[in-house]
Write a protein that binds this ligand. Structure first.
Ligand SMILES: [Zn+2]
Length: 375
């Protein structure tokens, strides 16, 4: 075990700032600040260990650092080094070196992998998360303002295997809402524009495209059969129905799903990550809103076709897309222990006062799809 320390180079990781307080009675307080996550970790250790930290930061062998700190590699020092490694403060050799992923892919996404290392602390966990991303197939339904931004960001995270579906064509005003090369793609199906976006960004991409309208009648099985995760942004004819249909499929097949925000009047809403039998499902959400909004009776609006005078911002759609992608990333980092992103809730960013309006939704134990009686 101790030989492992001496056999490889030991580095203080770039993403960690170390603050050493003046020694007091042979001990020192040391504060570690992790730049990627803003995590702070404060310890009290022997003064010599604080000196060792300073020496490790120099370009020299561990043996030289130990000698400068007047330390032997005894059990106590080895335990301290193990602690530093376990917290992601030091790394032996290159922490993201792996045979599990192509070297060119690791090079392309190394800054993200260092960030994952900050979050997960252990190099093998960060590599495993990136490997799950590399292998996954993401189905994105709806390639408008939110869907196209999600797709773009998923490629930037390292996803590369997609099934995508939409029915519309690229229009001139999409330049204000989507990352498509509108000048080049205008008049072409959004599926084609989206595939080009993926081809430009993703690592050795694999893409299946489906030109179709997603309705309650659409045969969804061919779209979803290889899905590791489903993302629905299709808000026509009605996002509530498509979410429920897809959520029921997702429950049956134990596939997570993101019911993305940013639809209709919810310009910068966060959307929901639905994990079968862990979070509320789309039926739970529908029941929740049915109960809570039962006394809301909007009058019939005189304008039937409301899209012409109904405003929005590309940045708000991109905000919704970014939060959806962060939920997806959170799931792929912690597939067995979903984090706060999967706690069940809704939120909406409000531009006019820069606030985030959030509330929680619980699983409905009587839910016809995911309730206790159904399990
Ligand atoms: Zn449910």
């Amino acid at each position: 075990m101790k030989q492992r320390f001496l056999a490889s180079t030991l580095n203080l990781r770039d993403g960690v700032e170390v603050f050493i307080y003046p020694p007091c009675e042979g001990k020192c307080q040391v504060l570690f600040l992790f730049l990627g996550t803003r995590r702070r970790l404060k310890i009290v250790c022997r003064h010599q260990f604080a000196v060792l930290l300073k020496e490790i930061a120099k370009d020299q062998s561990l043996e030289a650092s130990l000698a400068q700190a007047h330390l032997d590699l005894d059990d106590c020092t080895a335990a301290f080094l193990n602690f530093l490694e376990g917290e992601g403060i030091v790394a032996f050799g290159n922490p993201i070196a792996t045979d599990l992923l192509p070297a060119a892919y690791v090079e392309q996404y190394k800054r993200q992998m260092y960030f994952l290392l900050d979050v997960l602390k252990q190099p093998e966990l960060a590599i495993a998360a990136q490997k799950r991303i590399f292998d996954a197939c993401i189905v994105v339904l709806g390639l408008g303002a939110v869907g196209s931004n999600i797709l773009q960001q998923l490629c930037m995270v390292g996803f590369r295997h997609f099934t995508i579906a939409d029915y519309a064509v690229v229009e001139k005003n999409d330049v204000a809402r989507t990352p498509y090369a509108v000048g080049r793609e205008m008049g072409k199906p959004k599926t084609i524009a989206a595939k080009k976006l993926i081809d430009d960004l993703a690592f050795k991409p694999e893409v299946q495209i489906h030109d179709l309208v997603l309705t309650t009648q659409t045969r969804i099985e061919p779209l979803l059969q290889n899905a590791s995760l489903i993302i629905n942004t299709a808000d026509e004819p009605y996002v509530g129905y498509t979410n429920i249909r897809l959520s029921r499929y997702a429950l049956q097949h134990n596939v997570p799903m993101v019911a993305a925000g940013g639809f209709d009047a919810h310009l910068a809403s966060l959307g929901e990550l639905l994990i079968p039998h862990v979070t509320p499902c789309a039926d739970c959400y529908a029941t929740f809103f049915h109960e809570n909004l039962k006394n809301w009776k909007p009058m019939t609006h005189p304008v039937q076709e409301r899209s012409e005078w109904f405003g929005g911002l590309g940045s708000l759609s991109a905000f919704s897309a970014a939060t959806a992608v962060l939920e997806v990333l959170s799931y792929f980092i912690h597939p067995d222990t979903p984090s706060a992103a999967a706690s069940g809730g809704r939120g909406e960013f409000l531009f006019h006062d820069y606030s985030l309006d959030t509330f929680s939704v619980e699983r409905d134990i009587h839910c016809p799809s995911c309730g206790e009686e159904e399990q």
